[in-house]
Ligand binder design. Structure first.
Ligand SMILES: Cc1ncc(COP(=O)(O)O)c(C=O)c1O
Length: 399
């Protein structure tokens, strides 16, 4: 008889409360999670009280399928301020984070065996999500400015030749995960043109748009396109709190209507009804805008601590970006060094990160690594950089 059957109560008690698996004495730069110290706990609590006072039983009812009206109207205005143009409220659906948006979209627009294109490297868990749906995932090479459009054209031609058409292309033009880069406006415009001419649906992951540390990023692919070419997914996980499970998508009204009429929303009502109304309170009071401004300076300081620390601790032959937004620093080791070996030595030295190959379908990124600066304060990030530098020196002396 297993321990769980003998003592179900203690087995339940042993279940963790949160996803992050903290290891004592390890500064873990592998996770792109917000620092718990930056979560606005008091304001979340008082906004929940205010939502309950204001909406009473309607807060606890099945929500309107597309999402709660106060959140949708505010989102429409906010995107008009932080992006190239405001979506009409009819073009927005509230979702369970960017992940929930992707999942709903893929459920609606694909069947097992269909093809999804991704840029490589990319956010590794999006690949997992696409594969959960039985999709064949095909990589498109990218450079520092985004997807390689010649490679994209060649892949579209090859698939067409085989009588196949990809259902979507998942791309992260703004503060890319894992490389931190931004696709410039001209490449965005070309990508949108190419997608429109080939009837390719672009799925734009815009989770980091609001977290910029210098100039605001260029307009989204969604805002540059004609209706029907792009669906953009967004999130409150990085700007408020991931446990809210709140995000949204913007698409053409036919698509949002089909989503709102899907079995999931028809049966269960709007997703994120309670957190959506809590966030609507925080948005209306002006708190959200002030909070995002505070986050920008907190994360800018963290980025500088990590990039500054790595610049001191590692030789000049290291390739290191200084991301203008988002959560990630992408490091390229000189030839002859391996990220997997550096990871082993770093972990023994009390620091961890993600090796580059985790973000690629084809390997080939053995000398790259992703470091996240979101979860720790500047002092710990500087210490993490020292530990990585120390591990790097030792990895170079091995043969
Ligand atoms: C590019 C990207 N998309 C989506 C997500 C997940 O977003 P959400 O919490 O809104 O589901 C993350 C989180 O790390 C991410 O980096």
């Amino acid at each position: 008889v297993s321990d769980t059957l003998k003592d179900p109560v203690s087995a339940v008690r042993a279940l963790p409360l949160v996803q992050f698996d903290a290891r004592p004495d390890v500064i873990d730069l592998g996770w792109g999670h917000p620092d718990p110290g930056l979560l606005p706990l008091e304001e979340l609590r008082s906004a929940a009280d205010e939502a309950a006072r204001r909406w009473g039983p309607d807060l606890y009812a099945y929500g309107f399928a597309q999402g709660p009206a106060p959140l949708i109207s505010w989102l429409s205005e906010r995107l008009g301020e932080v992006d190239g143009r405001a979506p009409d409220p009819a073009c927005i659906v509230v979702t369970a984070g960017a992940s929930g948006a992707l999942d709903m979209l893929v459920t609606l627009s694909t069947r097992p065996g269909d093809v999804a294109l991704i840029e490589s490297p990319t956010y590794h868990i999006a690949v997992k999500l696409l594969r959960d749906h039985g999709l064949e995932v095909v990589p498109i090479a990218r450079d520092a400015s985004g997807p390689d459009l010649d490679a994209l054209t060649r892949t579209l031609d090859r698939l067409e030749h085989e009588g196949r058409r990809p259902n979507l292309f998942y791309t992260i033009p703004t503060f890319h995960n894992p490389t931190g880069t931004v696709t410039p406006l001209d490449r965005r415009a070309e990508l949108v043109r190419l997608a429109a001419s080939r009837g390719l649906l672009l799925v734009e992951d815009d989770a980091y748009r609001e977290l910029f540390y210098g100039e605001p990023p260029p307009p989204s692919l969604w805002s540059l396109s004609e209706p029907g070419t792009v669906v953009r997914v967004g999130s409150f996980s990085k700007t408020l709190a991931p446990g809210l499970r709140l995000g949204y998508l913007t698409g053409e009204p036919g698509l949002t209507a089909r989503l709102a009429q899907s079995g999931l929303l028809d049966s269960g009502g709007g997703i994120g009804h309670i957190p959506g109304l809590v966030v609507a309170v925080m948005a209306e009071s002006g708190f959200y805008t002030r909070h995002v401004e505070r986050l920008r300076s907190a994360y800018r300081e963290r980025r500088d601590a990590l990039v500054g620390g790595l610049t001191e601790a590692l030789p000049e032959t290291i390739g290191l970006n200084r991301p203008q937004g988002g959560f990630f620093v992408w490091v390229r080791l000189p030839q002859g060094y391996a990220a997997a070996r550096l990871l082993e030595l770093s972990q023994a030295n009390g620091v961890s990160f993600m090796p580059g190959n985790a973000f690629s379908l084809t390997d080939g990124l053995d000398t790259s690594l992703r470091l996240s600066f979101s979860r720790y304060g500047p002092d710990q990030l500087a210490e993490a950089a020292r530990r990585i530098g120390d591990a790097f020196r030792r990895s170079g002396t091995e043969s």
